[in-house]
Write a protein that binds this ligand. Structure first.
Ligand code: TXA
Ligand code: MG
Length: 316
């Protein structure tokens, strides 16, 4: 895969089936939603999700939204709540994303939510998005289909211009109606408006019968990786370890002797795909310190190092 230019898929049954086929093979497919074009990958495939971050050139692992075709499938992955039911009945399918606690046995990649025990889920209204999701049958992780720092795409041409051959295929479903990203509501403790969008806070408050707390945009967007809720291992983390101390849990990279190896072949996509899972696994063994081999500071390595340096930062 990854031809020199992306396959442009027609908005027909054949196009939707081809999109699902590419997703199943671990590829990246951009598709329209009612808000913006999403850069989609199989949310349960660690490597496919890692490729999203690589294609976007994101310097950190911002958690992603998982898109579903139907409520039944979506509910299998989260702890559903009465408030979620209320919002879902009122606004889905549509431009609303809910952040909920993730089911422990959900196969969604830990990289999707950057190691958090929550996931952002949404049921888009756009017919082409729904058709692709139905044909695929599982959750699709999709941020906006643009390079990091660029404007969100509302047409297939925008996607091609921004991502070029970093995406395997683009489903051309015309222009997006809403043009701004979905409203995000957290439903973990009390309802919190995490990102404003097409559905207003007043509407949401009316539906829920209570006010929403509002997290300020700057806080939510400038520093998503610094949020308290982000996963940090219980163990201390020691970076750039070129040799191991006795008793350390050894997280390697490249040709080294270790407990778990992010990528023996120094493949950064593979390393990103394994990162959160391996941190969890080493942490679960219980131990004082997780020591990590140096990771090259280029491409996806920048996001990996960003996450690792947060995990290693001094704690209170
Ligand atoms: O309209 C949209 O929502 C578009 C289309 C493609 O669906 N998608 C989109 O995704 O805007 P993205 O990746 O640009 O925005 C995802 C945002 C993250 O920046 C983060 O703020 C929030 O969703 N998010 C995702 N998972 C979260 C989680 N577990 N906890 C808190 N916030 C989360
Ligand atoms: Mg975006």
């Amino acid at each position: 895969m990854n031809p020199s230019s992306p396959e442009i898929l027609p908005d027909t049954e054949t196009g939707h089936a081809r999109a699902a086929e590419i997703l199943r093979a671990g590829g990246l497919v951009a598709f329209p939603t009612e808000t913006v074009y999403g850069l989609g990958a199989d949310a349960s495939d660690d490597r496919a999700v890692a490729r999203i971050y690589e294609a976007k050139g994101r310097p950190s692992f911002n958690p992603l939204i998982v898109h579903f075709a139907d409520l039944e499938t979506l509910k299998q992955h989260v702890h559903w709540t009465p408030e979620a039911e209320l919002l879902a009945q009122t606004y889905w399918p549509g431009p609303l994303t809910l952040v909920l606690r993730k089911q422990a046995d959900s196969p969604i990649s830990p990289l999707v939510s950057a190691g958090l025990d929550t996931i952002a889920v949404r049921l888009p209204a756009h017919n082409s998005a729904r058709a692709v999701l139905r044909a695929f049958g599982r959750g699709v992780a999709a941020p906006s289909a643009n390079r990091s720092g660029q404007i969100s795409p509302t047409q297939a041409d925008h996607v091609a211009a921004s991502l070029g051959n970093r995406v395997d295929a683009i489903l051309d479903g015309g222009a997006c109606e809403v043009g701004v990203e979905s409203t995000i509501v957290g439903l973990l403790d009390k309802p919190v408006l995490l990102r404003p969008g097409g559905i207003t806070e007043e509407d949401l408050a009316k539906t829920l019968g209570r006010h929403l707390a509002v997290r300020h945009k700057a806080e939510a967007i400038s520093a998503p990786g610094q949020l308290m809720s982000h996963y940090a291992p219980d163990a201390l983390v020691r970076l750039n370890a070129t040799e191991w101390e006795p008793g350390e849990l050894r997280l390697g990279f490249g040709d080294v002797d270790c407990d778990l190896n992010l990528s023996e072949t120094e493949d950064l996509v593979e390393a990103a795909a394994n990162l959160f899972d391996y941190l969890h696994r080493l942490d679960a063994r219980g131990g004082g310190t997780i020591a990590v081999s140096p990771i090259p500071h280029e491409g996806l390595g920048i996001a990996i190092n960003d996450r690792l340096s947060r995990a290693a930062a001094p704690r209170d």
